[in-house]
Ligand binder design. Structure first.
Ligand SMILES: Nc1ccn([C@@H]2O[C@H](COP(=O)(O)OP(=O)(O)OP(=O)(O)O)[C@@H](O)[C@H]2O)c(=O)n1
Ligand SMILES: C[C@](O)(CO)[C@H](O)COP(=O)(O)O
Length: 225
């Protein structure tokens, strides 16, 4: 039987404002290579046949082309221009996904996702229609209230990562709706059309490179391979 087509929308259309660096963080080097190249390599390592759609800021398409030349980066991927928000970028990426199959959405700035995590997410989505990678919090959690704050039971919460994988038809339907402020990831978008979300265990190494100190961790993880 033919394998279900697998797609990956790698969203790298942001400006990286919290990194406070001139170059968008997805292009900053870790272990001598742009972060985004590490990310693409992880998906290629999982399955060289994954059809990759990389979403980039419109004004940075040429920068990426130059970086690929400079680093001799030849792993095949399509590029599409991003939107004003992550939601808009995923929607643009989805327009490039033709036909049925499983679609992973992954942050371009999560370069240390394990191949085993990617595999587990595609497998769960094949069975349940959705799969969202998450880990348990390590710190205590307090909820902000009108009076101040109060402790909440940590065991009731998960910290959400990517990849988030869905049947293409579900993801398309979800991204037809208007964007809402509480859409911070793909699970929140899909859930709001009434679909249930299946969680898959993630990894504490699957960090999202967001602020400058994350780069220190990233260099350490990259050294370990
Ligand atoms: N308009 C946007 C905004 C974000 N992203 C992508 O979504 C991922 C997670 O977002 P985040 O870490 O918030 O990235 P930025 O938006 O670039 O960072 P910041 O919020 O600090 O500006 C990143 O890979 C980012 O490039 C995107 O594709 N398009
Ligand atoms: C999708 C995500 O990485 C899951 O943790 C996260 O929600 C992205 O949030 P950001 O506000 O774009 O950093």
């Amino acid at each position: 039987m033919a394998k279900t087509p697998e797609y990956a929308i790698i969203v790298a259309g942001g400006s990286g404002s919290r990194m406070q660096h001139e170059l968008p963080k997805q292009f900053m080097e870790v272990a001598g290579k742009p972060i985004l190249m590490h990310t693409i390599e992880r998906f290629h390592k999982y399955n060289p046949a994954v059809r990759m759609v990389v979403v980039l800021p419109q004004e940075q398409l040429n920068t990426w082309r130059s970086l690929c030349q400079k680093h001799g980066f030849r792993l095949f991927h399509m590029t599409v221009p991003g939107g004003a928000t992550r939601f808009g970028s995923v929607r643009n990426g989805l327009d490039a996904v033709m036909g049925d199959g499983l679609v992973a959405v992954h942050d371009g700035v999560r370069p240390f996702v394990a191949v085993e995590t990617i595999q587990a997410a595609y497998e769960a989505a094949a069975t349940y229609g959705s799969a969202v990678v998450a880990v348990s919090p390590k710190d205590s959690i307090r909820e902000l209230t009108a009076e101040g704050s109060r402790a909440v039971p940590r065991a009731k919460y998960k910290l959400v990562q990517t990849p988030q994988v869905f049947q293409a038809s579900i993801l398309r339907k979800a991204y037809e709706q208007p964007e809402q402020e509480y859409f911070t990831d793909d699970a929140s978008v899909v859930e709001s059309i009434g679909e249930s979300i299946t969680l898959v265990e993630g990894s504490y190494r699957n960090i999202k490179i967001t602020t400058p100190e994350d780069l220190l961790l990233a260099e350490a993880f990259a050294r370990e391979g």
